[in-house]
Ligand binder design. Structure first.
Ligand code: BES
Ligand code: MN
Ligand code: ZN
Length: 497
C-alpha cells in the first residue's frame, strides 16, 4: 500500500478522520494535542494514565474509541518515552510505531499530531518529512512472490495528514521522492535471486529510463566489458550461467559542462562465495548482496523524481558469484581495466573485484565526486553492527558532507580510517594487489583495495553490509543508504531547499 500524505490545520478534537494520533511522554506528560483531546473529552487520557493503561513508554501505543467530545471515532495514543531524552531518533521511532498500529486497523485515513511536537534542533519540515518516511517504511509490504490474494473489503490505511504549518509543505514532495527511491531499492533487494538476476536489474533500469525524460540508460554486455579489459569483473562472472551486465544510468538536470556526481553500487545478485564457498547456513541472505546497486538505483529514482539540478551518473555492475567448472580459482591473477593486476586469493572477496572495474569505468564521465555503496564485508558488521554504515574516504570535507546527510535522515554512517598504514596488507608476491588483506581490519582493507582504483578523484565508500537489510526469516531490505544519498544530493543540487 502506498500512503497519500498531506498537511492539515484541523484541531484534534474536531478533525474529520477515522483516527487522530497524539503523543504522550512518560510520567503522564501530555503533548499539546493530547492535552487538548484530554480536556475536550473530560479527562479521558489522564484517567487512563493514572490507571496505568497509558504509560507513555517509547513505542507503546493504545487505541481509544468513541471519546466524548472528540469528532474522530478513534484516538491513537503513542508513547514518546522520557521527555528529557526525546530527540530526532525517538521521534522517528514513535512515528514508525504509530504507522505500525494504524496499518493493522480497518481505517483508510488518519491525522497525526506527532509532527507538532518540538524535536530538538529540527524544524517542522524535517518533522513532516521524517514522519512521512517512517510511515511509508511501515506501509511497504513485499508481495511479489505470493499467490495473488483477493483484495480485502475492509478499508486499508492509505491517507495520513500531518498537523503542521503550511511552511512545512515542501517536505511532502521531498518525502514522496525519497520514499519512492527507498521502495525501489527495497523491492529489488527483496526479490529472490532467480528473478532478480543481472538481466532483470538491467531491464528495470532500462524501463525507468524509457519512462522518464532526461534519463538515459546503457547496458554493457560481457563482450563490451571484455573489450574494455574488465578482467576482474569478468573473473567473478565467469562461474555463472547468468551473464553479467554493467548498467549505466544518466540524469541530466544541469548544464552540459557541469561535471556529474557518480554513484556506483555493488550488484552481486547472489554471493555463494564462488570456489571459496560460503557455509550453507545463512547463505540465503546473500540474495541481498546487490543492495548497494539497488540503493544507488533508488537514489537515482529519487533524484529524478525531485528533478535535482545536477548531473548524475549511476553505475551498477550486476554479476552473480557462483562456483562451477568455469569459475575462477583462488590464486588466479586477473588484469583490471586500470591495468593493475590482482591475485584472487579468495573468490568470496568478489565485491571489490566487480567494483574496481566499475570505479575505473565511471571515470570516463569525469565525475566531480564518486560515491560507492556495497555490502562489502562481514567485518564491517562486526565493527559497527547493524545501525551504522561504514564510511571510508580520504577526503575530510566529503566525509563531513556524508556524515551530515546521514544525521539529517537518521540513516547514519560512521567513519573508519583509510590510512596508508593498512595498504601493505594487500601486498602479494604474484600481482600488484591481493584481493584480501588478512585477519585484521577487513572493512578497511576492502576500502584500501577500492582506493587503488580511485586515485585523483574525490571518492567515498559506504560499506552497508550491516545496514542494507534486517536479518531473520521475515527480514527485509531496508533501502539504506538511499535517504543518506538523496539528502547528500539535495544538499549539492541547484534547487536545494
Ligand atoms: N557479501 C559479502 C559480505 C557480507 C557478508 C555482507 C555477510 C553481509 C553479511 C562479501 O562478498 C564477502 O563475502 N566478504 C568476505 C571478505 C573476505 C573473504 C575477505 C567476508 O566479509 O567474509
Ligand atoms: Mn563474497
Ligand atoms: Zn559479496
Amino acid at each position: 500500500m502506498t500512503i497519500q500524505f498531506s498537511l492539515t490545520d484541523q484541531a484534534p478534537e474536531t478533525a474529520t478522520t477515522a483516527c487522530v494520533v497524539v503523543g504522550v511522554f512518560e510520567e503522564r506528560m501530555l503533548t499539546v494535542a493530547a492535552a487538548r483531546v484530554d480536556e475536550k473529552s473530560g479527562g479521558a487520557i489522564k484517567r487512563l494514565s493514572e490507571a496505568g493503561d497509558i504509560n507513555g513508554k517509547l513505542c507503546s501505543s493504545q487505541l481509544l474509541f468513541a471519546l466524548p467530545g472528540i469528532t474522530a471515532p478513534r484516538v491513537l495514543v503513542v508513547g514518546l518515552g522520557e521527555q528529557k531524552k526525546f530527540d530526532a531518533a525517538r521521534f522517528q521511532r514513535a512515528c514508525g510505531e504509530a504507522a505500525r498500529a494504524l496499518k493493522s486497523l480497518p481505517l483508510d485515513s488518519a491525522v497525526s499530531y506527532l509532527t507538532e511536537i518540538e524535536v530538538p534542533g529540527k524544524d517542522a519540515a524535517w518533522s513532516v518529512r521524517t514522519a512521512a518516511l517512517a510511515t511509508d517504511a511501515q506501509a511497504y509490504r513485499y508481495t511479489a512472490t505470493f499467490k495473488p490474494r483477493d483484495k480485502a473489503k475492509i478499508p486499508e490505511f492509505s491517507a495520513l495528514a500531518f498537523a503542521a504549518p503550511a511552511s512545512a509543505a515542501s517536505a511532502l514532495p521531498t518525502a514522496n521522492a525519497i520514499a519512492a527511491g527507498v521502495r525501489y531499492a527495497r523491492e529489488l533487494g527483496n526479490l529472490p535471486p532467480n528473478i532478480c538476476t543481472p538481466a532483470y536489474i538491467a531491464e528495470q533500469a532500462e524501463k525507468f529510463a524509457h519512462e522518464h525524460p532526461g534519463v538515459s540508460c546503457e547496458v554493457l554486455e560481457e563482450e563490451d566489458m571484455g573489450k574494455l579489459g574488465m578482467g576482474a569483473l569478468l573473473g567473478v562472472a565467469q562461474g555463472s550461467a547468468n551473464e553479467p551486465k554493467l548498467i549505466v544510468l544518466q540524469w541530466r538536470g544541469a548544464g552540459e559542462n557541469d561535471k556529474p556526481y557518480a554513484l556506483v553500487g555493488k550488484g552481486i545478485t547472489f554471493d555463494t562465495g564462488g570456489i571459496s564457498i560460503k557455509p550453507s547456513a545463512g547463505m540465503e541472505e546473500m540474495k541481498f548482496d546487490m543492495c548497494g546497486g539497488a540503493s544507488v538505483l533508488g537514489a537515482f529514482v529519487s533524484a529524478v523524481e525531485l528533478k535535482l539540478k545536477l548531473n548524475l551518473v549511476c553505475v551498477v555492475p550486476a554479476v552473480e558469484n557462483m562456483p562451477g567448472g568455469k569459475a575462477q580459482r583462488p590464486s588466479d591473477v586477473v588484469t583490471t581495466m586500470s591495468g593493475q593486476t590482482v591475485e584472487v586469493l579468495n573468490t568470496d572477496a568478489e565485491g571489490r573485484l566487480i567494483l574496481c572495474d566499475a570505479l575505473t569505468y565511471v571515470q570516463k564521465f569525469k565525475p566531480q565526486v564518486i560515491i560507492d555503496t556495497a555490502t562489502l564485508t562481514g567485518a564491517c558488521v562486526v565493527a559497527l553492527g547493524k545501525h551504522a554504515s561504514g564510511l571510508m574516504t580520504r577526503d575530510d570535507d566529503l566525509a563531513a558532507e556524508l556524515l551530515a546527510a546521514g544525521e539529517t535522515t537518521l540513516d547514519r554512517a560512521w567513519r573508519l580510517p583509510l590510512w596508508d598504514d593498512y595498504q601493505s596488507q594487500l601486498d602479494t608476491g604474484y600481482a600488484d594487489i591481493a584481493n584480501i588483506g588478512g585477519k585484521y581490519a577487513g572493512a578497511i582493507t576492502a576500502g584500501c583495495f577500492l582506493s587503488r582504483f580511485t586515485e585523483g578523484f574525490r571518492w567515498a565508500h559506504l560499506d552497508i553490509a550491516g545496514t542494507a537489510w534486517e536479518d531473520g526469516r521475515k527480514g527485509s531490505a531496508t533501502g539504506r543508504p538511499v535517504p543518506l544519498l538523496v539528502q547528500w544530493l539535495i544538499d549539492r543540487a541547484g534547487n536545494r531547499e
